[in-house]
Design a protein around this ligand. Structure first.
Ligand code: FAD
Length: 384
């Protein structure tokens, strides 16, 4: 049995870890990724706001030594879902079972003016480069704006404005700055009205402008203004954008997508191609795009692959649950649990900021690195 896992993000790492735990060397698992290491989404904000350094949050794949798993760093150029094979810069790989976990790509160029006159903080490179930009920023009008839907980790823009408030305050620049958040959603976290109200309250307390149900259409580099979809304009001195998301080009060209994303059975994560699963941000499974959802989907796909290989009945089903830690600024962390089940309205609960949750978030990151890479990592941001 050969299992091919495309993408070593949250989904691919969890899936291969589960298969290795179950089979060890019995099954040949190949994990392919073009990057040399993994970075948590939340670490992007930590680096950007100078809470830690880039080297401290990059987890090199060369440390992956799971029994039965071979990591290959290469770019996938073509996917054949019928043959369950891929063409890469390192040659052709074939399989009996294939899992697509290639995430969502970001396309800053899709928003006119964003590359020339703004910044994006969603790619690793973009967020890390902003560290320098922010350290040189002398105060002024700051906009954090979303350019399209869907976008990863819907709470991240809200966290960003709260952390921006602290950052500018600590540098003595808050009094001469304005911070605004432009979001296409009606609430910061729609499935949890309580969490949303807490965030809206925190924005008001800190005089952060909150613009819901609005999307950034483009930036006018000459006027230094963001143009919104409703035609209005917002001038800025510093624009931080959430760029357009789409499947990686190789996925789009594979013929696996419908309306831009890979459709899957929401309970089993199977695609319409026999022996091919898809998990995480690359799918249209119906949950938000976030690592915790990718990870939980990967666990279900892994259980199903184990049953397939062992020949037993597959019982594991995806429940749409995800737990998210929310940076509230002032060194505080809250927690939101949400459930997205197909055919039902999403639900969510909220736990307000506490010291326990600061520790819990740190443990969330550290425990994943221990599990996936077999090494310890302190996920406690430190000032640098
Ligand atoms: C600022 C920010 C904060 C976030 N905070 C959180 C958070 O607190 N909690 C949370 O759960 N989520 C968070 N997220 C979202 C989270 O990072 C993603 O949703 C998650 O990584 C998705 O996992 P995935 O496995 O589906 O895809 P990814 O982790 O994106 O992995 C896909 C992998 O595929 C590889 N790949 C793509 N194309 C190719 C190719 N052609 N060839 C080879 N390899 C390829 C990529 O290199 C990548 O490693 C945040 C995101 C951002 C931007």
């Amino acid at each position: 049995m050969r299992v091919l896992v495309l993408g070593a993000g949250f989904g691919g790492l969890e899936l291969t870890t589960r298969l290795s735990e179950e089979f060890g060397d019995e099954v040949e698992v190949v994990l392919i990724d073009q990057s040399d290491g993994f970075v948590f989404g939340f670490s992007k904000l930590d680096v950007m706001f100078g809470r830690t350094v880039a080297e401290a949050v990059r987890h090199p794949y060369r440390d992956l030594v799971k029994p039965g798993v071979r990591f290959v760093q290469t770019t996938i150029r073509a996917i054949d879902p019928t043959a369950r094979s891929v063409e890469t810069d390192a040659g052709r790989f074939e399989s009996d079972v294939m899992v697509v976990a290639l995430g969502a790509d970001l396309d800053p160029g899709a928003t006119a003016g964003l590359v020339e006159a703004g910044h994006e903080f969603y790619t690793v490179e973009g967020a890390f480069a902003l560290r320098e930009v922010l350290s040189e920023f002398d105060g002024g009008r700051v906009i954090v704006g979303v350019t399209s839907t869907p976008f990863k980790c819907p709470p991240a823009p809200s966290e960003t404005v709260l952390l921006m408030h602290d950052y500018l305050a600590s540098r003595g620049l808050r009094d001469r700055s304005e911070i605004s958040l432009v979001m296409p959603l009606p609430l910061p976290i729609p499935p949890s009205p309580t969490a949303s109200q807490a965030l809206i309250g925190a924005f008001a307390e800190r005089h952060i402008g909150w613009y819901p149900n609005q999307v950034i259409r483009d930036l006018d580099p000459t006027a230094n203004a963001a143009r919104l979809a409703d035609g209005s304009e917002m001038p800025y001195d510093l624009f931080l954008g959430v760029p357009t998301h789409r499947v990686p080009a190789v996925v789009a060209e594979s013929g696996m997508t419908v309306d831009g994303w890979i459709p899957v059975n929401p309970l089993t994560l199977e695609t319409s191609f026999p022996g091919v699963f898809a998990v995480g941000d690359v799918t249209s499974v119906g949950t938000p795009k976030a690592g915790v959802f990718s990870e939980r989907q990967a666990a279900v796909a892994a259980e199903r692959i184990i049953s397939l290989i062992r020949g037993g009945p597959a019982t594991s089903e995806y429940d749409g649950y995800g737990l998210c830690y929310l940076e509230f600024g002032h060194e505080e962390v809250a927690r939101v649990g949400v459930t997205f089940r197909s055919g039902q309205p999403p639900t969510g609960n909220y736990e307000p900021p506490s010291e326990t949750l600061v520790a819990e978030k740190a443990d969330f990151g550290s425990s994943r690195i221990q599990r996936w890479f077999d090494r310890s990592w302190s996920n406690v941001p430190r000032q640098n």
